[in-house]
Design a protein around this ligand. Structure first.
Ligand code: ATP
Ligand code: AMO
Length: 467
């Protein structure tokens, strides 16, 4: 009998084993009428299968059948694992091959695929090199990839990206669980904007106006008021972004944290520090294969980060920018360009591409942010940057109901829409703070991918609602 095997597990030690493998026919090559080579792919791994002479009566019928398979058809092969005479070419390919004894097509792909996996897997460098050599190669653009995402996702780089994404989420949960946090789920249908901005998707909730939650902000705070000292959530976040950028989605995955504080909001920064150093270490140590697969298609420099995350005051960031000749308003927000520039300056001075900027001016933070007790023009807040782009926003929150209502009103928020939230602070509320992380941004920036659509399985950008 043949034993079912995974392509990734086939190594020299399986030589001689009789195996059965189901995979996608990535490549089919006929050599004469009696031999065909079939490259089968499973996830990010491939194995070469040799169809030679076999078939009933040894007339080459099976080789001709193999040669006629359309690419990406799902195929079962059964045969013996063997060590090839010459080493197998290709970096993702297993070192052994399968001498096929039985072959069965489980699902036939259309002969003319809208995009080829090999074309989608080509790096920009490869395309440039081929073009320079006068070869004809197909370059698959981002929109086309996303239109046919089901095929695009089959590339080794994409298989790796979403395994990395899963690891980020996993480390987030594991570290927080070990720090005494409890996982929660807050409602995504809410009565108003949770961040105070206009970027909300409005809908009708059985006759009442409602919104898709822009963040779990209000309810994660209410969970802390509900007696859960430390909470986290992994869930969808909806933002009605109206412009196309490389880093904004209309739906993304939020990694959120909220916790009661003892003395100071920097206790929240300590959690960020612990969490992300552990996460980056884990990705580098445990996901080397995936990072290599991404590197082959999208080369990037490994992220530079310190054992203890650098913390810098906003004022200090402003000073560094001003000294570098960048015009910035010390009490205003940094634009994307200034953030990027500051990222470069910090990297050059401190040798890290991961750092926190603390004590933002109160005026540029959301209504629920706690002002600094010693100077209310500044706030107990922070953003965290990777390669000069924001991945986290966090802060201590206002737990004093009168101040909270005043800050909401001052920002033009209709307090009626958040009445039950404001009430939550009238029944005894501990000082607390937290932060929110964009999962797709973490993966995009850790891997230097340059476009958030690459790290969203089926991205929802301002124009795209399918697939
Ligand atoms: P947050 O997650 O806090 O909303 P963000 O990374 O989405 O942060 P914003 O707070 O929306 O960024 O904006 C930060 C800066 O990024 C803005 O000051 C602005 O300069 C820039 N920015 C935001 N949206 C766009 C856009 N659509 N096009 C160009 N720049 C933008
Ligand atoms: P903020 O609005 O900064 O903060 O969002 C938190 C993090 O979410 C990510 N992010 C996005 N990712 C993809 N597409 C978008 N349109 C998008 N917008 C934001 C970023 C950002 O740092 N309630 C606060 C967090 C808190 O204070 O706890 C909040 O939502 O990585």
């Amino acid at each position: 009998g043949y034993a079912w095997a995974d392509v990734a597990s086939l190594g020299p030690e399986s030589s001689g084993h009789a195996v059965r493998v189901r995979g996608a026919a990535q490549e089919v090559r006929a050599v004469g009428r009696r031999v065909a080579f079939l490259v089968l792919r499973q996830g990010g791994a491939t194995v070469q299968c040799v169809v030679a002479g076999g078939g009933a009566g040894g007339d080459g019928g099976m080789a001709r059948f193999a040669a006629g398979l359309s690419r990406e058809s799902v195929v079962d092969v059964a045969g013996a694992v063997s060590l090839p005479r010459e080493p197998v070419r290709g970096t993702t390919q297993q070192l052994v091959e399968i001498k096929v004894e039985k072959l069965h097509c489980v699902s036939r792909a259309v002969p003319a695929l809208p995009i080829g996996v090999d074309d989608a897997a080509r790096s920009e460098e490869d395309v440039a090199r081929a073009k320079a050599a006068g070869e004809q190669v197909v370059h698959v653009g981002q929109d086309k990839r996303l239109d046919y995402r089901v095929i695009d996702l089959r590339t080794a780089a994409n298989q790796a990206i979403f395994r990395i994404q899963c690891e980020v989420e996993n480390v987030f949960r594991q570290v927080l669980l070990s720090e005494g946090f409890v996982g929660i789920h807050t409602p995504k249908l809410i009565g108003g904007s949770s961040e105070g901005g206009a970027a909300v998707f409005k809908l009708d909730y059985n006759g009442q106006p409602a919104c898709l939650a822009q963040s779990p902000q209000l309810h994660k705070q209410m969970a802390v008021c509900g007696g859960f000292g430390r909470v986290f959530e992994v869930g969808p976040v909806f933002r009605a972004e109206d412009s196309n950028t490389h880093r904004h989605l209309c739906e993304f995955v939020g990694l959120d944290v909220e916790m009661a504080l003892r003395d100071h909001y920097t206790e929240v920064c300590d959690v960020v520090d612990k969490l992300f150093v552990a996460m980056f270490d884990h990705l580098n140590d445990k996901c080397a294969k995936e990072l290599e697969a991404i590197q082959r298609q999208y080369p990037f420099e490994p992220l530079k980060y310190l054992r203890t995350t650098l913390r810098m005051d906003y004022d200090e960031g402003i000073r560094m920018l001003q000294e570098a000749g960048v015009h910035v308003d010390p009490m205003g927000d940094l634009n994307t360009e200034a953030e990027k520039k500051l990222g470069d300056l910090v990297r050059d001075r401190y040798g890290t591409e991961f750092y926190m900027l603390c004590r933002y001016p109160s005026a540029v933070r959301p209504f629920y942010t706690m002002p600094c007790p010693e100077d209310p023009r500044y706030s107990c807040s922070f953003d965290v940057f990777v390669r000069g782009e924001e991945i986290i926003s966090g802060a201590q929150r206002v737990h004093v109901p009168e101040l909270l209502a005043a800050q909401a009103a001052a920002r033009g928020i209709d307090v009626a829409t958040i009445a039950t939230y404001l009430d939550a602070f009238r029944y005894g509320a501990p000082p607390h703070g937290g932060f929110g992380v964009g999962l797709e941004r973490v993966v995009m920036l850790f891997c230097g991918l340059g476009n958030i659509r690459k790290t969203s399985l089926f991205p929802r950008d301002p124009r795209r609602l399918a697939p």
